[in-house]
Design a binder for this molecule. Structure first.
Ligand code: GSH
Length: 198
């Protein structure tokens, strides 16, 4: 199985899922930001992550992670019980829509867009929107993880997006900082981060 990656990108979420599942894989680092790239992602729009597994090719981070959980019959990471799966889906949906949207837009303004094209007004708008949604985070600090006692796929997407929020300098309360720290101290995260940044 081959995963097309780029340092500090969403491909980390796929590698983290693979590491949690204990599956071996190969990575191909693409020249994502080069004008004349030598290595290009086979993704239809040149993005990462992208997965090739035998005859199957999959784009979109969530689709790849769900494929892996289903193929390798993830137990706690992606429970087969319908009620538990529903709450994993709720966490995933929140992370990928409400949470990621303002934080990704803020990160683009602060890091990726050339300085001359940045706008203080847009930065302030997405800061406010991000802070608002972080206050609505569906995470109960009495639990270890988003859906309760088990670390699930929802935690990979939620904690990685909250890491972006930290990167943007957004204020997070102690419970959320502890949650991010707990998630990113996992051996599977640390192995995935090393592979993704190679
Ligand atoms: N919705 C896609 C987004 C993929 C995406 O935008 N990836 C970024 C890296 S995090 C990328 O490849 N950007 C390069 C580009 O847009 O050309 C997913 O979740 O996989």
């Amino acid at each position: 199985m081959k995963i097309y990656t780029y340092p500090k990108s969403r491909s980390l979420r796929v590698l983290w899922t693979l590491e949690e599942l204990g599956i071996s894989y190969d990575t191909v680092k693409v020249d994502l930001l080069e004008q004349q790239p030598n290595v290009v992602s086979p993704h239809p729009r040149g993005k990462v992550p992208f997965m090739v597994d035998g005859d199957i090719s999959i784009e979109e981070t969530l689709a790849i992670c769900l494929y892996l959980c289903e193929k390798y019959k993830a137990t706690t990471l992606y429970s087969s019980e319908i009620e538990k799966r529903a709450s994993i889906h709720a966490g995933l949906s929140f992370a990928l829509t409400d949470l990621e949207s303002p934080i990704w837009n803020l990160l683009k303004q602060l890091v990726f867009i050339p300085q001359a094209q940045r706008s203080l007004e847009i930065v302030n708008y997405f800061k406010t929107e991000s802070s608002k949604v972080i206050r609505q985070l569906p995470y109960d600090p009495r639990n270890m993880w988003v859906t309760g006692d088990n670390f699930t796929l929802a935690d990979i997407f939620m904690s990685h997006t909250l890491l972006w929020a930290q990167l943007c300098g957004l204020e997070l309360n102690a419970d959320i900082n502890d949650y991010i720290h707990r998630a990113t101290s996992r051996p599977a995260y640390l192995r995935a981060q090393t592979r993704n940044n190679q």
